[in-house]
Structures are given as C-alpha cells and as structure tokens.
Design a protein around this ligand. Structure first.
Ligand code: CTP
Ligand code: CA
Length: 235
C-alpha cells in the first residue's frame, strides 16, 4: 500500500467548497450564466474528503457526470443563483474551519425577473442589471465562524493593463482572503478542461505555491497550501 504524502492531514476539520457557475434568471426559461464546469471544485471536495475532512460541496449547476466525480462521503447542496449560493455557503460555513470559493458567481443579475416568458416584441429589449453580493468578500468581512480560513479562486487573463500575476496580486489584496488561487484562462486553458495550472497567493499578494497538472493534483496542492497556513495559526 502506497500512502499519499498528505495522509489524513485534514482529519477532524470541516470544510465547505463551492463549485460550478451560478445562473441568474431573466424569466422562467432564460438565465445569465457562465462556462464554469465545476470540475475543479468537485476535485477539491473529493481530495479534502480523501484527506480526512468532513466536506460540504455547494454545487451551482454542476452537470451530473461531473458531480459523480465527487465520490462518497461528501455532502452535496444544490443551488442555482448567486443568492442561493451565498445562503448555503454561509449556513454550511457556520461550522467550517475552511471555506473555499471555487464557484464562478455572477457579478450582476437582472434587476427584475419576469414572471412569465418574455415575448418577442417589435423592439430589441435592454436588460437592466444590478450588482450581486460578493460572497467571498462578505466571508472575509463577516465570517460565519471567527478564525476560519477563507480561500478564493480567480480565473485571469493578461491584458494591456497587466499580466495575469499583476491582476492576481491586485485581486488578492482587494479580496483579503487568506489565500487566492489564480489560474490563467484563455488559449484552451481553464474552463471546461481537465487540467489546470495555478499560482497561490497570500493576502498580501505574495506567491506561496504553484502547481500544474490534473484537477485532482491541483486540488491537493491547494489543500497543501491550506494546511500550511492552518498549521501556522493557533486554532
Ligand atoms: N466571488 C464571490 N461572489 C461574487 C463574485 C465572486 O464570492 N459575487 C468569488 C469567487 O467565488 C472567487 C473570487 O470571488 O473565489 C474571485 O472571483 P472573480 O470573479 O475572479 O473576482 P471579482 O472580484 O468578481 O473580479 P472580476 O470578475 O472583475 O475579475
Ligand atoms: Ca467576477
């Protein structure tokens, strides 16, 4: 028997992982969504359970075949919208030592939801949006359980104003999470793929780890970083 190097280093810990992408309804049949498959979040939940944690996975619109990869021993809560995700994550986080926000949460939602299907009319409609609550920032500012560790994810592209790492550093400082896991997207990387590459930053924007490989390998690297931070902190 070959033991994994991490053993049960999350034994006795309770973790919450959010995964997938939220859907914000426009009417009974339409929504604004995103391309997050939930694969990385499912891999995080599975690997945490393998390392001994009690795991709650808050799954936003994760396809059944992807969700099947979570294995046994993980409690799954299904949500659709950002507001549902917020409520379920905060409820589960009341008992959690670690909260990992791997879900892609909508930044904006339609200002109103039509109760019946929006019909084609002579005019092209304009959709008014309102900002959603930033669940991660709220977890940092108002933790459901004091002292719990909060981990954010950020899919970034470089652009004319800065590199992936430039944007990631700014976001790490702005979000204030204990760790921010950054992955470059675009050029076939990230969303919808089975492999991933990540850089883990602390709240000051310093790089504390990097990893590349399958989403399972990347998930273990994230938990390694979490364990390192948790071990350096009185509980
Ligand atoms: N997040 C959240 N609630 C939101 C939006 C984002 O909890 N309403 C979380 C995500 O789950 C992720 C982290 O914030 O862990 C970073 O998300 P990201 O979209 O990269 O950050 P934003 O601050 O929304 O910045 P932008 O979309 O402009 O890059
Ligand atoms: Ca966003």
């Amino acid at each position: 028997l070959v033991r994994p190097p991490h053993g049960s280093d999350l034994g006795g810990r309770r973790v919450v992982v959010s995964a997938g992408g939220t859907r914000e309804p426009l009417d009974p049949v339409r929504f604004l969504g995103n391309r997050s498959s939930g694969r990385q979040g499912v891999a995080l939940a599975r690997s945490a359970a393998e390392r001994g944690a009690a795991v709650t996975l808050v799954a936003a619109n994760v396809a059944p075949d992807v969700l099947a990869g979570v294995g046994s021993g993980v409690e799954v809560v299904h949500v659709e919208t950002g507001e549902e995700l917020r409520a379920s994550v905060r409820a589960a986080a009341l008992e959690a030592d670690v909260v990992v926000m791997a879900a892609a949460v909508a930044d904006y939602r339609p200002a109103s939801v039509a109760p019946t299907k929006i019909k084609k009319s002579g005019e092209v409609p304009t959709i008014e949006l309102v900002e959603t609550t930033d669940v991660l920032r709220e977890l940092v500012a108002d933790p459901p359980r004091p002292g719990q560790l909060v981990v954010g994810f950020a899919a970034e592209t470089g652009d004319t104003t800065g590199s992936v790492l430039d944007h990631a550093r700014t976001k790490a400082r702005r979000k204030g999470a204990d760790l921010l896991v950054v992955n470059p997207v675009g050029d076939g990387r990230g969303f919808g793929t089975t492999t991933n590459e990540i850089t883990v930053l602390d709240r000051t924007g310093d790089v504390v780890a990097t990893a590349a490989g399958t989403k399972a390998e990347v998930a273990h690297a994230v938990w390694d970083a979490v364990v390192a931070v948790a071990d350096g902190r009185p509980s």
